[in-house]
Design a protein around this ligand. Structure first.
Ligand code: PLP
Length: 425
């Protein structure tokens, strides 16, 4: 496959962008080779600058649950372009999106009553943590080893896949003081959490985790463990913060609460909520949000927050998230997972909703038990797929996303390509 155009663009990019990219995992450091520069995306395909077409399982790292350029989203954006790009003054678009989301939560998330829009997942999480601290008047936050919650200073400790890929345990440039109130614990370990509450109980503002950790492998947690986290935070007057930047609107409209039956105090969103535009959000109870500026003393703001183009894209996206969409996506994922796992390969596929992940051996529940050595095989699989016209995330620590634009034929193409790789191994 000729990718000369990508190579030339990468050379140019290296001269002006650090590492040639604007987000580290895009640089192919984990899989080797030259990043592919894309020209366009339509449905479940992306086309690179050399005209090669790929079936896309990256889906912009999760936002594109309906594939690229869904006509409803494109037309919502086009109509908004006739009105404004940004105003920095309230618009109906942000009210409509908030109403649509919160009304949709009525059954499964009755205590999620207010939402604030921001422009990225990082901002959403950073702000939710600040609000949890402001609400409880406590400083300490429990996070879990290997879990990534965006790149705000305080949370860049023992964080996820991009860092695992680059081999950086923590980020340089983050003063120790910024992370001194973060307690890092292993996932899947009730005793570690109990001990932390014994040691710091009345100073723990909250626990933050992805209820389905999907940013450093797919580390499916035991439901009773998640329930335990819900119970222990309640018992100690701490908040449970679900980071649903990836899994929000991916598992179900009501997220983990609907899918797993556990309701947190605060939820953070990103990715799908913007329908492909840069949007994040954090949401929670009224009494917690009373503390947020301008109503309360916890400051948070943003020039482009609630941007009307992004809000209209988000609203069009939300309207597409029907129960049928989730049922079909889940059935498609189960089909490829069952077909893959029916083979007796060393690698297995783990999945939930429309997310899947390849791993060697048993499905890990903690980041420490991810088989680092298996990443070499993933790199070879990645390049095999790329050369056959399939784009997966360029790191074995990252998950794959199905979109509703994929047909049975697309999924068969994926399976045949993956089987051809593992059959030869
Ligand atoms: C769980 C989780 N939280 C937060 C973030 C940060 O989101 P963003 O990249 O939009 O800043 C990510 C990004 O992948 C994420 O996966």
């Amino acid at each position: 496959m000729n990718r000369e155009g990508s190579k030339k663009l990468y050379e140019r990019a290296l001269k002006v962008l650090p590492g040639g990219v604007n987000s580290p995992v895009r640089a192919f450091r984990s899989v080797g080779g030259t990043p592919v520069f894309m020209e366009s995306g339509q449905g479940c395909h992306v086309t690179d600058v050399d005209g090669n077409r790929y079936l896309d399982f990256c889906n912009s790292w999760g936002p594109l649950i309906c594939g690229h350029r869904h006509p409803d989203i494109v037309s919502a954006i086009q109509s908004q372009l006739e009105r404004s790009l940004t105003l920095g003054i309230p618009t109906e678009s942000e009210v409509k999106l908030a109403e649509f989301i919160l009304n949709g939560f009525r059954t499964n998330l009755p205590s999620i009553q207010k939402i604030r829009f921001v422009s990225s997942g990082t901002e959403a999480v950073m702000s939710a943590v600040r609000l949890a601290r402001g609400f409880t008047g406590r400083n300490k936050i429990i996070k879990f080893d290997g879990c990534y919650h965006g790149h705000s200073d305080a949370l860049l400790v023992k964080a996820g896949s991009g860092l695992a890929t680059a081999g950086i345990p923590d980020s340089s440039g983050v003063p120790a003081a910024m992370t001194s109130d973060i307690i890092v614990l292993p996932l899947d370990d009730e005793d570690a959490v109990k001990q932390a509450f014994k040691d710091h109980g009345n100073n723990i503002a909250g626990i933050i985790l992805e209820p389905v950790p999907a940013n450093n492998g797919l580390l499916l947690q035991r439901p009773e463990y998640l329930q335990f986290l819900r119970d222990i935070t309640r018992e100690h007057g701490s908040l449970l913060i679900f980071d649903e930047v990836i899994i929000g609107f991916r598992l179900a409209f009501g997220g983990a609460a609907e899918y797993l039956g556990i309701e947190p105090d605060l939820i953070t969103y990103g990715k799908i909520i913007g329908g492909g535009m840069p949007v994040g959000a954090f949401a929670g109870r009224d009494d917690i949000f009373k503390l947020l500026a301008p109503d309360g003393p916890v400051y948070q703001a943003g020039t482009l927050s609630g941007n009307p183009v992004a809000m209209e894209a988000g609203l069009a996206q939300m309207r597409l998230l029907t129960p049928d969409l989730y049922t079909n996506l889940e059935a498609n994922r189960k089909r490829i997972q069952d077909a893959f796992n029916a083979k007796s390969y060393e690698f297995k596929m783990t999945g939930i909703a429309s997310i899947f992940w390849f791993h060697r051996g048993e499905a890990p529940r903690t980041s420490a038990s991810i088989d680092r050595d298996s990443m070499k095989t993933y790199a070879a699989l990645f390049h095999h797929c790329l050369d056959q016209g399939i784009y997966m995330a360029p790191s074995g620590y990252e998950v794959g996303f199905l979109s509703s634009a994929m047909t049975d034929q697309d999924l068969d193409q994926f399976l045949d390509t993956v089987f051809a790789f593992f059959d030869k191994m």
